[in-house]
Ligand binder design. Structure first.
Ligand code: 2P0
Length: 326
């Protein structure tokens, strides 16, 4: 089999990954915890061709060139090495949501690519091996191999073989959980996650403080998760996101991913919470806001947040499945 197609969902971290201990292998400074989202997917077809001089990668109908293509070829080299082959690949990948807008397109993208490319190459990787492979494309992709809630354990080994994600809870274990993805009017992102986290690690005086709180946040989040305690999980996640953004804002030069509408949404979530609605926000390396809630309140919250000026759309997501072949 030289061709395969796979689909993977995006994931949103409730306990965030920000900073690497090894930028080549994508080994993180800290462990992280995420919710895989249904409805935000990447579908990728990989064909290993005998007569292709170079890898060809199409993303949402656009052929990649230059450094973007080089990054993908570097990743495909990992698969070639594991499969002991030299064929070039034709990759066709489609997202059903905005790319590079802080909506974790690299997570679903490298998860789908890892599965399709390895399967088409005849490798029969288990989910741990897939997570390790996906991690080397993009750290957060290690978590999108799994459905429901996943933890990416940072690991300690220099070779990264103990740095992979594992499922903590399948989607059906908490069917009422919802994540609203509040998408703002598009504006260019100031700096990529990859460059941003490197700069933060090097210059933010807050970074050591952030790291020192991670284990406690993870423990609290996992305890709340297993107890289906939405309030505690939301409280820990919101505080964790704000701490991560504190390290970004105190980076030199500063990194502020928030737009005025981002801040308006934060205030609106706090107001709605004061009115008794279960809603906690988290924000990634972009201006969009994600809101953790439950099925009973999702529509009402989506309407309220959709009315904030500058909001383009609100998606209501449930816990999604892990990466699968199509
Ligand atoms: C996360 N983010 O845990 C954090 C929160 C953004 C903020 O993972 O360099 O695209 O490819 O490993 O995975 C975004 O970073 O970065 C990310 P690389 P990635 O979801």
């Amino acid at each position: 089999m030289k061709s395969a197609k796979a689909i993977a969902c995006s994931n949103i971290a409730l306990i965030k990954y920000w900073g690497k201990r090894d930028p080549i292998l994508n080994l993180p400074q800290n462990s992280s915890l995420s919710l895989t989202l249904d409805g935000m997917t990447t579908t990728t077809t990989v064909r290993w061709e005998t007569d292709l001089p170079e890898d060809s990668v199409s993303l949402n109908g656009n052929l990649l060139t230059g450094s973007e293509l080089a990054k993908m070829s570097g990743f495909l080299d990992l698969v070639r090495r594991q499969a002991d082959m030299s064929l070039k690949a034709q990759v066709v990948s489609e997202n059903n949501f905005p790319t590079a807008a802080g909506l974790a397109s690299s997570a679903s993208g490298f998860a789908a690519l890892s599965l399709a490319a390895s399967h088409a190459a005849g490798l029969n990787l288990d989910s741990r091996e897939l997570s390790i492979l996906a991690r080397q494309g993009s750290g957060s992709a290690s978590r999108s191999i799994f459905g429901g809630f996943a933890e990416w354990r940072k690991g300690d080994r220099p070779d990264g073989l103990d740095s992979y994600a594992e499922q903590l809870m399948p989607p059906e274990a908490w069917p009422e959980i919802r994540m609203l993805v509040v998408v703002l009017e598009p504006r260019p992102k100031p700096i990529s996650s990859r460059a941003g986290m490197t700069q933060t690690l090097e210059t933010s005086p807050m970074y050591p403080a952030w790291l020192s709180t991670l284990e406690a946040d993870l423990t609290a989040a996992k305890k709340a998760l297993f107890a289906h305690d939405l309030e505690t999980l939301g409280t820990v996640a919101e505080a964790n996101a704000l701490k991560m953004h504190a390290t970004m804002i105190t980076t030199l030069p500063t990194i502020l991913y928030w737009q005025p509408t981002t801040v308006a949404l934060m205030h609106r979530v706090w107001e709605l919470r004061r009115d008794g609605l279960p809603a906690w926000f988290t924000i990634d390396a972009g201006p969009n806001v994600k809101v953790l809630t439950d099925a009973a309140h999702a529509s009402r919250l989506a309407e309220a947040l959709g009315n904030v000026e500058g909001v383009e759309s609100v998606l209501i997501c449930s816990a999604g499945p892990g990466a699968t072949l199509c």
